[in-house]
Design a protein around this ligand. Structure first.
Ligand code: SAM
Ligand code: SF4
Length: 331
């Protein structure tokens, strides 16, 4: 297959695949899922072998970067083995993961050993009690220990991701930025997205725009917009006096669709063409078909790309149009 096969109808080259390896998680972040969320039956989820097969097919078609996410990717059994298989595939330039950090205290070294080059770690607060309120789990210290363990290792890059919610954690903007920059990590502040129905809070009431984030941080730091991108949707600012950057991910206020270079493989094997739309193609049924061969999967991927929408629309004042949770989607 030609390594340039992955071009969408709007001329965007798709060279970045995010894979949700599980919809399960050891946390229950209030903006992501309810406490009594129902996970998918295990046989609906792709096996690790199937995930590796799809990943390798994408790489043969020109994918350069893969991000492993979830749910919590590090709670999936044998995930290190699968990551190693994918990371060592010829043609892949970078394998990264997004994690809530709960397993890093014991897995950071192994992740480096199997070929992970960058880790995004989600952390929305530096206060243990508030951590419990936001994640509904008492693992604050375990996450901090994991971040410290990873920061001692030669990863190419570590980044903190913080979802900011008005009147819940926005008083910690500066503390979170300081925490990351002092540890030689970047940090991205994320606007909450209306993915899945949650009952904990009204998303319109907690919405905090990236512009407010930058304005507040601009009172503490000298921020200069940076041209740097890391293939993702983050807009970065260089911080005077530091080598590392502050970024914002603004699905509402500055949608990042024009430069979208990615697609997502959900835990149940759907290829999702856009985070904010339901356009997708069921790859699981293609690979589980008894007569399937490599060509059928490649053809299905090419057919799917033709469905990629031009942009997403989120409206916090309406009921969520997207009923799937970020955890099943691969954030
Ligand atoms: N469990 C891992 C973690 O938390 O990093 C990986 C999966 S999680 C779905 C990926 C990212 O999505 C996290 O940074 C999380 O904060 C973010 N996220 C989850 N639900 C979100 C929402 N409704 N809006 C914005 N970001 C969300
Ligand atoms: Fe789990 Fe990540 Fe969702 Fe939090 S954001 S519940 S850690 S998947």
């Amino acid at each position: 297959m030609s390594p340039s096969a992955l071009i969408d109808p709007f001329g965007r080259k798709i060279d970045y695949l995010r894979i949700s390896v599980t919809d399960r998680c050891d946390f229950r972040c209030t903006y992501c899922m309810d406490e009594d969320v129902t996970f998918m039956p295990r046989d609906h989820i792709l096996s690790l072998e199937e995930i590796i097969y799809v990943a390798k097919t994408f790489i043969s078609m020109g994918t350069k970067r893969i991000r492993i996410t979830g749910g919590e990717p590090l709670v999936r059994k044998n995930i290190l083995w699968a990551i190693e298989q994918i990371a060592n595939t010829n043609g892949l330039e970078e394998l990264t993961i997004t994690t809530n950090g709960s397993q890093l205290y014991k897995m950071a070294q192994s992740l480096l050993d199997v070929g992970v080059s960058r880790i995004n770690i989600s952390l929305d607060t530096l206060k243990a009690e508030r951590f419990y309120t936001l994640t509904r789990r008492d693992k604050f210290q375990q996450v901090i220990d994991g971040i410290e363990a990873a920061s001692k290792l030669p990863f190419k890059r570590l980044k903190i991701n913080s979802v900011m919610l008005k009147n819940q954690n926005d008083d910690e903007l500066f503390d979170l930025a300081h925490f990351a920059l002092e540890r030689k990590m970047d940090i991205s502040f994320i606007e909450e997205m209306p993915l899945g129905i949650i009952t904990d809070h009204n998303r319109a009431a907690t919405y905090l725009s990236s512009d407010e984030v930058i304005e507040t941080l601009g009172r503490h730091y000298e921020l200069t917009p940076s041209a740097s991108t890391t293939s993702g949707p983050t807009r970065y600012y260089q911080v005077a006096g530091y080598d590392h950057k502050i970024g914002v991910i603004s699905p509402h206020s500055h949608n990042f669709c024009d430069t979208c270079n990615r697609v997502r493989l959900t835990a149940e094997g759907r290829l999702l063409l856009c985070l904010g739309n339901e356009h997708s193609k069921d790859l699981k049924s293609v690979i589980r078909e008894s007569s399937a061969d490599a060509t059928s999967l490649e053809s299905a991927i090419i057919e799917a790309l033709a469905l990629k929408p031009q942009k997403h629309h989120f409206n916090l004042d309406e009921a969520p149009q997207i009923l799937r949770f970020m955890s099943a989607t691969g954030g």
